[in-house]
Write a protein that binds this ligand. Structure first.
Ligand code: NDP
Length: 338
């Protein structure tokens, strides 16, 4: 059972060498009376939050840190090989939390979803139809209260979450601008995802000036994926009563000291609604989300770009690549075909 383990806790930017691919062992048969399931992992998802689990976290936290010497955990798509639980049977396809290995024994079954629709690529359940998709949906519709004609800005806009938020906003009739870190990504935003405008933030020396160029009248909704300097510039350009959904702060995840936000007073005098959210709070709307998004995919109204790395051996590089923007679209690792 090939596995990707964390060698030791990480500080600063994670490196491929912080992880190791090893040949572990595992029994593929459940013990008598077990309520767990044994699965064959098919796709693993690379998600920015995984960096925070590579550090030893003291005190209350949303997640439990990885254990050095043990496989990473994360979202994935898997096939059930053996089940001791009445809700799952052999042959079922599932998505949810699994481990970075070929086969896993899963005993924590809460938060696992059975995959009912297989007319779309299975890898989509790591992205558009999985956790990032629900994040985009809940973070935009539930947190931002969008209205037709509003001015929407999205950072890390070509990624797993951002590309969807932009397309949801376009479908709602908003004016949408995204920022991303390369020409290729900016072209995708403009030409594939239908954003009205897009820019490469790495080429802008003055982010405030760039935002004023694209939003002369100000921003109604900011979907925050990166934090730091971008958030600071956005605050200056928000309209009164604007909304910011704080989805993630990926520019800060590898810094020992977070970069300070200077313009927080804008929250007050512009009466901006800035709200953090965690996708788990919205798991109850997953069926409603599927009802909305599956038809969009089937009718070609929403495009989804994936970046698929092949094999567990390519997992560490794929994961580390998220923090330098190497991924173009949703980063997935293909472990096995069904
Ligand atoms: P992406 O697929 O967008 O991958 C990460 C991207 O972040 C990179 O490709 C890169 O794109 C960008 N990035 C990396 N470092 C920096 C930096 N220093 N400054 C600016 N951009 C950077 O990731 P996801 O779509 O999966 O996640 C987007 C955000 O959503 C993350 O912050 C994540 O933590 C958050 N999230 C939050 C959830 C919640 O429940 N609140 C759930 C899921 C995700 P580029 O080349 O454009 O710089």
């Amino acid at each position: 059972n090939k596995q990707v383990i964390l060698k030791d806790y990480v500080s600063g930017f994670p490196k491929e060498s912080d992880m190791q691919v090893i040949n572990g062992t595992m029994k593929l048969k459940l013990q008598e009376g077990s309520h767990g399931i044994v699965v064959k992992n098919l796709y693993l998802s690379c998600d920015p939050y995984m960096r925070s689990l590579m550090t030893r976290v003291e005190g209350p936290n949303l997640f439990t840190s990885y254990t050095p010497g043990s496989p990473l955990t994360g979202f994935g798509v898997a096939k059930v090989l053996d089940s001791g639980h009445p809700n799952f049977k052999k042959g079922d396809l599932i998505w949810g939390t699994t481990s970075w290995e070929e086969y896993s024994l899963i005993t924590e079954l809460e938060g696992l979803f059975k995959i009912e629709h297989t007319d779309v690529p299975l890898s989509y359940y790591t992205g558009i139809l999985g956790m990032p998709g629900l994040t985009a949906y809940a973070g935009f519709y539930e947190v931002c209260s969008p209205k037709k004609g509003e001015y929407v800005f999205i950072s890390a806009a070509s990624g797993a979450v951002g590309q969807l938020v932009g397309q949801f906003a376009k479908l709602m009739g908003c004016y949408v601008v995204g920022s991303a870190g390369s020409k290729e990504k900016v072209d995708l935003l403009r030409n594939k995802f239908g954003f009205d405008e897009a820019f490469n933030y790495k080429e802008e020396t003055d982010l405030d000036g760039a935002l004023k160029r694209y939003f002369p009248g100000g921003i109604d909704i900011y979907f925050e994926n990166v934090g730091g300097k971008m958030l600071d510039a956005v605050l200056l350009n928000m309209k009164d009563h604007g909304r910011i959904s704080v989805c993630g702060l990926v520019s800060q995840y590898n810094l020992d000291q977070p970069e300070g936000v200077q313009n927080l007073m804008c929250l007050i005098y512009k009466r901006i609604h800035m709200k953090g959210f965690v996708v788990f709070d919205y798991y109850n709307i997953y069926p409603k989300f599927l009802d909305v998004v599956l038809p969009f995919i089937r009718e070609g109204k929403i495009m989804y770009v994936e970046d698929i790395a092949e094999g567990l051996d390519s997992g560490p590089a794929a994961l580390v690549g998220l923090y330098s923007g190497r991924n173009v679209g949703k980063q997935v690792v293909l472990i096995a075909r069904e």
